[in-house]
Design a protein. Structure first.
Length: 372
């Protein structure tokens, strides 16, 4: 109810907006250069320049040729009322942030969200704000719209492949950008003698690794991890008071099956060329739906989504299984009740016929005995 009321008020603010007045700053502080295959976290920050705001709407495009947006984290965000979770529009290569601040707030170097980015190719890397669609709304009772300036953040991705100061491996989650249905993660690295290491694992990639030496060294195990992307960060003590910059490695965990769903069979559906169609759909909150497996009696095949035209419309048993990207699955099975009904009637009819023949034979036997 609270979410619905906020959404309604947010739409009302936009509809009642006044002409654009004073611009406000949005920034994404990229470094000058990155190597290929480098993964890093960077904050989207905002400065309201002394004015109290209660809602923002930001559309930030990114250069998909050079950058992959791995994740958006709203952890520790100044926005506490999200109209929708911060998301990546991969089709349009856009980062979307729409939300508000209960009671309004003045923002100074405030973090809106944390981006986890991976460089994928050499060239210019850029993040640009769509100033036409983006805006800030004042907490002035009128929903006055304020335009954004920035970000026009640019960096260069070099031709050099990223070589971290230490390589982190994981026998339980070997591929950093794949999902695993395993809540226990083992992280390992080569550790020299007489060297201190500090590390942590967190859902927030912006967490700071302290300078206190941790144990064990060379391999560490974390159990009962929650679903989501966890970030393991590792620092090496270089001597004296100097510690290396953190090296980050993602661990993707999804132990929850897709949401339970229903399957309906539409016979000779005119919307689908008079084919017999199976209609189904479900969601998976963490890794997403990878594919569906459809079984029609003994014929099994994969599809990306429903609805789907049946290959064997006369199948008596139909099973649809949804798989997420971690391999978790949820199945639904339906029976062709009409076919089962007629099969049952036929069997009953045969049984009755056999019984009548048997009774007739018995009766004739008794009649012959009576005659003799």
């Amino acid at each position: 109810m609270k979410h619905f009321l906020f959404t309604f008020l947010f739409i009302g603010i936009i509809c009642a907006c006044a002409p654009v007045v004073h611009a406000q700053m949005l920034s994404v502080p990229l470094e000058e250069t990155y190597d290929i295959q480098q993964t890093f976290a960077v904050d989207i920050k905002m400065d309201s320049e002394g004015q109290t705001i209660n809602a923002i709407e930001a559309y930030i495009s990114y250069s998909s040729e050079t950058l992959q947006i791995v994740d958006i984290k709203p952890n520790n965000s100044a926005i506490n009322l999200w109209v929708s979770k911060p998301r990546i529009d991969e089709e349009n290569h856009t980062i979307v942030l729409i939300g508000g601040i209960g009671g309004g707030a003045v923002m100074k170097d405030a973090t809106l969200a944390t981006l986890v980015i991976k460089t994928v190719a050499a060239g210019e890397a850029s993040l640009q704000l769509d100033a036409f669609r983006s805006g800030v709304y004042l907490n002035d009772g009128q929903g006055t719209r304020i335009s954004f300036t920035g970000p026009d953040a640019r960096a260069t991705v070099s031709t050099t492949t990223y070589q971290p100061s230490v390589k982190i491996m994981s026998p339980t989650h070997p591929e950093e950008f794949l999902w695993y249905a395993n809540s226990t993660a083992i992280l390992a690295w080569e550790a020299g003698e007489n060297t201190d290491w500090s590390y942590n694992i967190s859902l927030d990639p912006a967490d700071i690794v302290d300078t206190t030496a941790d144990q064990p060294i060379g391999q560490v195990e974390f159990s009962n991890l929650s679903d989501g992307v966890h970030y393991f960060q590792l620092r090496q003590h270089l001597g004296g008071s100097d510690w290396s910059d953190p090296v980050m490695r993602g661990v993707r965990v999804d132990t929850t099956a897709p949401v339970a769903f229903t399957v309906t069979k539409h016979i000779h559906d005119p919307l689908y060329g008079n084919n017999t169609v199976l209609v189904f759909q479900t969601t998976d909150a963490t890794s997403g739906i990878a594919y569906y497996e459809v079984s029609e009696d003994n014929n099994t095949y994969q599809v990306e989504r429903g609805p789907v035209a049946m290959r064997n419309p006369n199948a008596s048993t139909i099973r649809v299984t949804a798989f997420d990207y971690a391999g978790n699955s949820t199945s639904v099975e339906i029976k062709d009740t009409q076919r089962v009904h007629w099969t049952y009637i036929l069997l009953v009819g045969i049984a009755v016929l056999v019984l009548l023949v048997f009774l007739l034979i018995v009766r004739k036997k008794y009649q012959k005995k009576g005659q003799t």
